[in-house]
Design a protein around this ligand. Structure first.
Ligand SMILES: Cc1cc2nc3c(=O)[nH]c(=O)nc-3n(C[C@H](O)[C@H](O)[C@H](O)COP(=O)(O)OP(=O)(O)OC[C@H]3O[C@@H](n4cnc5c(N)ncnc54)[C@H](O)[C@@H]3O)c2cc1C
Length: 644
């Protein structure tokens, strides 16, 4: 499978080191399922405050560590001596999983938590599967689907359609697949959530090299998927969907494609936009930008031919990409000027740049179930961030900003800044955001503060006035004078135009309905992020307000692909030609969603970066809790749809 597994000599010392590196609670649960050893079940899990008390970590009590390692050593000494795996118990059933989760966290899961967790634990071959009711109908041969985009969303959609035997083609404007991870190959690009979560659940034991995968690893992962699932021949590369119009007579979408052979027209029964949220670079509108005579590029269009060692560099933009990249520029540059418009909260993450040791990878391969429970441990930790997002009226009435946990997190992150900048009060003031953590996307510390205190790095918070052929002019707020800082290279790290859903493709639905008309009031909306009234047989991945509050990206696109396939199965099996969300369901869903938004911090005083659209409305994130949203999209809900 793509990357070679580490070859290592497995002796006693190796196993000891593996057990030292292990997530002990995950190991305990996996071992317990295999051995039924009551000592493992009796071990105590402590809820330990993490991040200054903002979060809770489920940690195996220290008093059990040695005993657990001894039981594991015994288990391996017995297993490693045998050739066959006949002693390995099959994965737990759903019911057994409920008990094991209770042992893991000390709390019994609700029905919905169990349903979500069981899928996410990935015990089944294809956890988010969907099938025909009575076998594949013959009329499917005449049905054709077009998927727009070959990022992770488009790929999983193709794989689901292949499983159902529904003919399809993926249209991709880039020369290769991978979307985000094809375009964003700037130095230091990597995920900011653990690889354990950021991966498909139908691909088992992928041998990640890093705990947080780099762009290069993700590009390899994409290629592995294309090869394993034989997708290459189903993708038209270098081809863009330029126009899409619903044809009421044929009950199909008429698409215009711009490809290597010019413009072609095709008809397709359904169109699924997997066009992505972060693929329209935000090019800052700064006077004189075109006059700059040095090197200048956006993070998505990194010019790898430029050797920037020893150059004077400016970085405009300090969001996720800019902050991730900055330390690399700081190391190379003679002088680096970092232009920051809004300060962001930056959190330390232990082991962010660490490679996975061979011992841990061996444990994934050798301890049945450990890989699954390791994923679960990451998922439980990540899921807790939800509690920091909820507005607590009592806390606010008493003068707080969001809630107690959020305030503890803020205090912890503020201390972190102080610990990094020491007594430099001016820098400290520039770095502490005015809004509470999580009102904007939280940034992972990739060496941000350490780089900022280097002698060759300046954080410039004065507004940029204009760009000249030689550099950047800003106004010094103390003197009111213009200051020009000369540079050889400008990196534009100003992020993406996230609010422009589906842009630039003009989709025209039934009765000439356009997206502009549908979204004129206050920006893009959808039903469960995926469907729109008057747009039959059109489905959107990661559409408006569907970025969930937790859970891994891949888990969600697996869930979305099952939902979309479920609707198509329903349509085809019922003999109808189209399926479309009713206006009533769309309206009542959106009214309820607006209400729910009032309980969450994303519209906090209009702050929100890309979370908030031009109308001041939270337009990207899903306000409901992860498990509540999961209930809405776990299975398709055909009763809310109109057949045509
Ligand atoms: C730098 C960066 C870091 C990120 N890190 C994380 C992270 O740590 N964790 C996380 O969960 N998410 C992260 N994300 C979000 C990331 O975008 C998603 O995780 C995921 O990769 C998106 O996959 P996708 O298939 O939905 O969209 P994309 O990867 O954007 O793919 C969409 C594809 O559609 C194609 N396309 C668009 N329009 C057309 C058209 N009209 N015709 C033909 N093709 C078209 C595009 O060329 C592209 O290939 C990050 C995003 C960026 C930019």
């Amino acid at each position: 499978m793509g990357t070679d597994r580490a070859s290592a000599t497995v002796d006693g010392g190796f196993v000891d080191r593996a057990l030292e590196a292990a997530n002990l609670n995950a190991l305990r649960i996996a071992l317990y399922h295999q051995t039924n050893d009551p000592r493992l079940a009796a071990m105590e899990v402590k809820q330990v405050p993490a991040q200054g008390g903002a979060l809770t970590a489920y940690v195996l009590h220290r008093q059990h560590h040695d005993e657990l390692r001894a039981i594991a050593t015994e288990y391996f000494s017995q297993r490693l001596g045998t050739e066959s795996d006949h002693s390995v118990r099959p994965h737990p059933t759903r019911e057994e999983t409920a008990d094991l989760i209770t042992l893991f966290t000390g709390e019994a899961p609700t029905e919905t938590e169990l349903a979500f967790s069981y899928e996410d634990l990935a015990f089944e071959d294809f956890p988010r599967n969907i099938d025909w009711t009575n076998g594949r109908p013959e009329n499917v041969d005449d049905f054709h689907v077009t998927i727009v985009g070959a990022g992770f969303s488009g790929l999983v959609m193709g794989i689901q359609l292949d499983r159902l035997g529904i003919p399809y083609r993926i249209i991709e404007r880039n020369p290769a697949a991978g979307g985000t991870w094809f375009t964003n190959d700037y130095p230091e690009a990597r995920v900011d959530i653990p690889s354990a979560i950021y991966q498909f659940r139908f691909i088992k034991q992928y041998p990640w090299k890093s705990y947080f995968a780099t762009q290069a690893e993700l590009a390899e992962y994409v290629q592995m998927i294309i090869d394993e699932y034989d997708l290459a021949s189903k993708i038209s590369f270098n081809t863009a969907v330029a126009d899409a119009t619903w044809n009421e007579t044929s009950k199909r979408w008429d698409l215009e494609l711009d490809g290597p052979d010019g413009t072609t027209a095709i008809g397709t029964n359904a169109v699924i936009s997997c066009a992505g949220l972060f693929n329209k670079p935000n090019l800052p509108d700064i006077e004189g930008i075109e006059s700059f005579e040095g090197h200048m590029f956006h993070t998505t269009e990194w010019d790898h031919s430029v050797d920037y060692n020893g150059l004077d560099i400016a970085l405009i933009g300090t969001g996720s990409s800019g902050a991730q990249l900055m330390p690399n520029l700081a190391e190379a540059a003679k002088q680096l000027n970092v232009y920051q418009r809004t300060a962001n909260w930056v959190t330390p993450v232990v082991g962010y740049r660490n490679q996975m040791p061979a011992e841990e990878r061996w444990l994934f391969d050798s301890m049945p179930g450990y890989w699954n429970w390791f994923i679960f441990a990451s998922y439980v930790a990540q899921m807790q961030m939800q509690s920091l997002q909820v507005m607590d009226p009592e806390w606010i009435a008493a003068g707080g900003r969001v809630n107690e946990r959020n305030a503890k997190f803020e205090a912890r992150l503020t201390e972190f800044i102080r610990s990094k900048v020491g007594d430099d009060d001016e820098l400290f003031a520039k770095l502490v955001p005015s809004y509470p953590p999580l009102a904007r996307r939280l940034i992972i510390d990739n060496g941000w503060y350490d780089a900022l205190v280097q002698d060759n790095v300046d954080l410039v918070t004065d507004g940029i006035e204009r760009i000249t052929p030689n550099g950047i002019v800003s106004i010094d707020p103390k003197t009111g004078n213009e200051v020009e800082r000369s540079v050889d290279m400008i990196v534009l790290g100003a992020g993406f135009k996230v609010a422009e859903y589906l842009w630039p493709v003009p989709y025209t639905g039934r009765n000439g309905m356009s997206l502009e008309k549908l979204w004129a009031r206050d920006g893009a909306r959808a039903y469960v992020g995926m469907t729109l009234p008057e747009f039959p047989n059109m489905f959107i991945f990661y559409g408006p307000n569907s970025q969930p509050r937790g859970g891994g990206y891949h888990s969600w696109v697996e869930i979305f692909s099952r939902y979309v396939c479920g609707l198509m199965v329903e349509m085809i099996e019922s003999g109808s030609s189209s399926i479309e969300i009713s206006q009533e369901a769309f309206d009542s869903y959106n009214t309820a969603m607006d209400e729910e938004h009032k309980t969450i911090l994303w519209e906090y005083e209009g702050v929100g970066g890309y979370y908030v659209n031009a109308f001041g409305r939270s337009g990207v994130n899903m306000p409901w809790k992860v498990h509540d949203f999961f209930e809405m999209v776990q299975q398709p809900d055909p009763e809310n749809y109109i057949h045509g």
